[in-house]
Design a protein. Structure first.
Length: 277
């Protein structure tokens, strides 16, 4: 076991143009792992006013416990205990039910495109790459992240890094009513801008479209899911509602966003982490 604070070194294959050099291992040094994932729990807040979310609340349902003492402990922790929970003396077992677009998740093209690729066919190489923060600390409640914001951030967009839009909003408000009622969002056109630069994926802590549920109106002729479609048409997945981005700091990092291998799925909950140099 490595001692606390010791720099970890991982060998990986660099994605460069030369076939010969592509086989040369490079060294990725990281000293910290930052968890960018929202917790999965029962009754996670979904988009207000959308029946699909209301009809399918998340649930972590404990169906067996080892002892009565453990059952009491789980109850004290706020876990959801099945009405027929059995104390079996052997193992705790839970059943998870979750709408795949709730919490930290990854959207695949199939989500919005009839013939789009499903989540189990998304190349993982697009979801494990160097990341780069687009820091927008002045984007507070009800604000809009514009194409101009992205262009003036100084971040160079391209195929070798995953851009991560960072306002701090999810980190500050998850679990509070204002998470949905004051959610910042992307201007239509941001998706097309990202797609035109050939980014492998896009991560964010804001909503990717106008929040129609709180009265924001579409412009005449505007397509509500334009950002999704612009990315999906190029096979680019969306990594939504990442948190703890402020903990990354200014060092280089690798973003790892792994969906569940859901056969034919349109999206998946994900565990997203940053390996910070």
């Amino acid at each position: 076991m490595m001692k606390r604070g010791k720099l970890l070194v991982v060998l990986f294959t660099l994605g460069v143009s030369s076939a010969a050099s592509a086989q040369q291992p490079g060294q990725l040094k990281f000293s910290r792992v930052v968890d960018l994932t929202l917790p999965i729990e029962s009754n996670m807040p979904g988009i207000p006013g959308i029946k699909t979310y209301a009809d399918n609340p998340s649930k972590v349902d404990v169906v067996t416990a080892i002892t009565e003492a453990q059952k009491s402990q789980l109850q004290a922790e706020g876990m959801t205990l099945n009405s027929n929970l059995a104390v079996n003396g052997r193992a705790m077992i839970s059943v998870l039910s979750i709408l795949v677009h709730n919490g930290t998740h990854i959207d695949a093209p199939r989500h919005m495109m009839e013939k789009g690729s499903p989540i189990d066919q998304m190349p993982l190489g697009q979801l494990v790459k160097e990341g780069v923060l687009i820091n927008l600390p002045n984007k507070g409640p009800n604000s809009v992240v514009t194409m101009k914001d992205i262009e003036e951030s100084g971040v160079e967009l391209g195929p070798n890094r995953i851009p991560v839009i960072h306002t701090g909003f999810t980190e500050k408000t998850w679990g509070k009513p204002e998470f949905w009622t004051q959610m910042p969002y992307l201007e239509a056109g941001v998706g097309a801008l990202m797609a035109s630069k050939g980014v492998p994926a896009v991560a964010m802590d804001v909503f990717p479209e106008k929040p129609l549920w709180r009265g924001v109106k579409l412009d005449p002729g505007e397509v509500w899911v334009a950002n999704h479609l612009a990315l999906f048409e190029k096979g680019i997945p969306l990594i939504q509602f990442v948190t703890n981005l402020s903990l990354i700091g200014t060092n280089k990092f690798v973003l790892i966003a792994l969906p569940l291998n859901i056969k034919g799925g349109d999206a998946s909950p994900a565990r997203v982490v940053a390996l910070v140099e």
